[in-house]
Design a protein around this ligand. Structure first.
Ligand SMILES: *[C@@H]1O[C@H](CO)[C@@H](O)[C@H](O)[C@H]1NC(C)=O
Ligand SMILES: *[C@@H]1O[C@H](CO)[C@@H](O)[C@H](O)[C@H]1NC(C)=O
Ligand SMILES: *[C@@H]1O[C@H](CO)[C@@H](O)[C@H](O)[C@H]1NC(C)=O
Ligand SMILES: *[C@@H]1O[C@H](CO)[C@@H](O)[C@H](O)[C@H]1NC(C)=O
Ligand SMILES: *[C@@H]1O[C@H](CO)[C@@H](O)[C@H](O)[C@H]1NC(C)=O
Ligand SMILES: *[C@@H]1O[C@H](CO)[C@@H](O)[C@H](O)[C@H]1NC(C)=O
Ligand SMILES: *[C@@H]1O[C@H](CO)[C@@H](O)[C@H](O)[C@H]1NC(C)=O
Ligand SMILES: *[C@@H]1O[C@H](CO)[C@@H](O)[C@H](O)[C@H]1NC(C)=O
Length: 405
């Protein structure tokens, strides 16, 4: 097995040497790195790491505690304790849900933990809410992070499914590294087909992949989600929800066009909120050369699921798939969802052949932000809020700021 490339060996050594000066006073876990554990060196994993393997022929399965990921998740106590699960290389076909409050980290075995393109763990599922086969889109998701199933539902109407008032907040600190989630129901949009669903919970995804055609990533009510160096592939509304999502250095892959890339539903709260989706320092490209030729100038950046939609693409590369108006509008039941001065469908310093200033201005659905307005949102601490109605900003202690260690 190949693990330490020159580049990441260097980074590992650097990371250890940076941390040594503080290590004496810090807890031992501060100098732990996820990297050797993900290379399959079990002794380097955090204490009590649970191991999942479904490859019965491999020697690695001898150390495994479970053959499915969800059985490992269900073995965890419903409390605030921390847990790490190492998933050995392989394909798993199952739906996962995380309802417990305590921190959970899922590590995917990989020989290259610093890229999502070499991931060796894939979780497959096949479901789409075509013709309302399910009571709600949320039932199609591969991974759900939410305290209850009711809290995760999408619902309908301007504010969606009412979440019961006594619903507790869900997971405080969920993390996944180097795991691909593929909803393989169809090779085109055939109804909502989720890869991940996060509501009433905090979730971070690092070097991971999310593949589907419609509604790939769903961040529901009071959901906080951070994506780093991850791949998100879809066709229609493939970043959607009510909560707050920040995509840092991610790759968005257009598998065709439909709706928009983002379709957000804002909520009126008694406190100011910044619910929305922020795509920063990222890239938007056709998924491959053959699809690129057929979608040139046809894909919209987003559309308003309700009038309080908020999304911003910042410092992001746009290939020539993007239509000249950037964003588009949405007429639903005869009513125009886009409301001038209310809906925020914005760009800040986006670039590439998909950027067309004349087209943006003549379309009328796109707001070109200046630096002072962008800076009201410009970093995760300015948009992530404490759950429930306190509404304070700066809720980012669940984010891994140094995921390359
Ligand atoms: C977890 O911690 C929170 C905050 O400290 C506390 O309110 C909650 O009761 C704890 N939950 C469990 C299941 O122990
Ligand atoms: C997982 O599935 C992919 C796609 O079918 C296949 O190429 C790969 O070999 C499989 N991996 C394992 C470990 O079975
Ligand atoms: C989570 O999945 C288990 C089965 O894997 C199921 O029994 C349970 O109802 C699910 N919970 C939620 C909240 O979806
Ligand atoms: C989910 O919400 C519905 C409607 O409020 C309610 O009828 C149902 O009992 C709830 N289910 C659970 C498991 O709480
Ligand atoms: C290109 O991407 C499209 C959309 O995902 C897919 O249907 C097609 O098979 C891909 N073609 C190649 C050559 O990979
Ligand atoms: C939010 O509040 C404004 C002003 O009170 C109102 O015009 C708008 O319809 C509300 N939007 C939603 C989605 O409830
Ligand atoms: C830019 O947008 C304008 C107005 O929609 C259009 O006339 C022009 O062809 C576009 N330029 C390119 C390079 O697509
Ligand atoms: C930035 O844009 C806002 C809103 O359009 C405007 O009020 C403000 O004057 C602009 N600031 C600068 C420095 O141009």
């Amino acid at each position: 097995m190949k693990f330490l490339t020159k580049n990441n060996l260097w980074k590992t050594l650097v990371s250890i040497s940076i941390l040594i000066p503080t290590a004496l006073s810090a807890p031992a876990s501060r100098i732990d790195s996820r990297l050797p554990c993900q290379a399959g060196i079990i002794s380097a994993c955090p204490a009590n790491t649970i191991i999942v393997s479904n490859d019965h022929s491999s020697p690695s399965s001898q150390h495994a505690h479970f053959t499915s990921i969800q059985s490992a998740i269900l073995s965890l106590p419903h409390d605030n304790s921390s847990a790490t699960i190492l998933i050995r290389a392989g394909n798993y076909t199952e739906q996962l849900n995380i309802t417990r409050p305590g921190p959970v980290t899922l590590l995917g075995e990989t020989w290259d933990p610093l890229t999502a393109t070499e991931n060796q763990v894939t979780v497959y599922w096949s479901a789409a809410n075509s013709n309302s086969r399910y009571m709600d889109n949320a039932f199609t998701s591969i991974l759900t992070v939410a305290p209850t199933q009711n809290a995760s539902l999408t619902g309908a109407g301007p504010t969606g499914w009412p979440v019961p008032a006594d619903t507790p907040y869900g997971n405080s600190d969920f993390r996944a590294y180097n795991i691909d989630f593929r909803n393989v129901f169809s090779e085109y949009s055939a109804g909502p087909s989720l890869a991940v669903s996060v509501s009433y919970a905090n979730a971070g995804f690092y070097y991971s992949g999310f593949y589907s055609y419609q509604d790939t990533v769903y961040i529901g009510k009071l959901g906080n989600a951070y994506f780093f160096n991850s791949i998100i592939a879809g066709q229609t509304d493939f970043l959607y929800g009510f909560g707050t999502a920040w995509l840092q250095a991610c790759s968005l892959q257009l598998r065709s066009c439909g709706g928009g890339i983002t379709a957000w539903k804002g909520t009126n709260t008694t406190y100011p909120n910044k619910f929305g989706v922020y795509i920063v320092d990222s890239t938007i490209n056709a998924a491959n050369a053959s699809i690129a030729a057929s979608i040139k100038g046809k894909c919209a950046l987003g559309r308003p699921w309700n009038s309080l939609h908020r999304s911003i693409f910042a410092r992001t590369y746009e290939d020539e798939s993007i239509e000249s108006s950037g964003y588009t509008h949405w007429v639903n039941g005869g009513a125009e969802n886009y409301k001038l001065g209310v809906t925020l469908q914005a760009e800040f310093e986006t670039y590439g052949p998909g950027w067309n200033e004349t087209g943006r201005l003549s379309g009328g659905w796109d707001t070109i932000l200046n630096r002072s307005i962008w800076e009201e949102y410009g970093e995760p601490a300015k948009v992530f809020q404490f759950g429930y109605e306190s509404g304070g900003f700066g809720y980012v202690d669940w984010i891994d700021w140094t995921p390359w260690f």
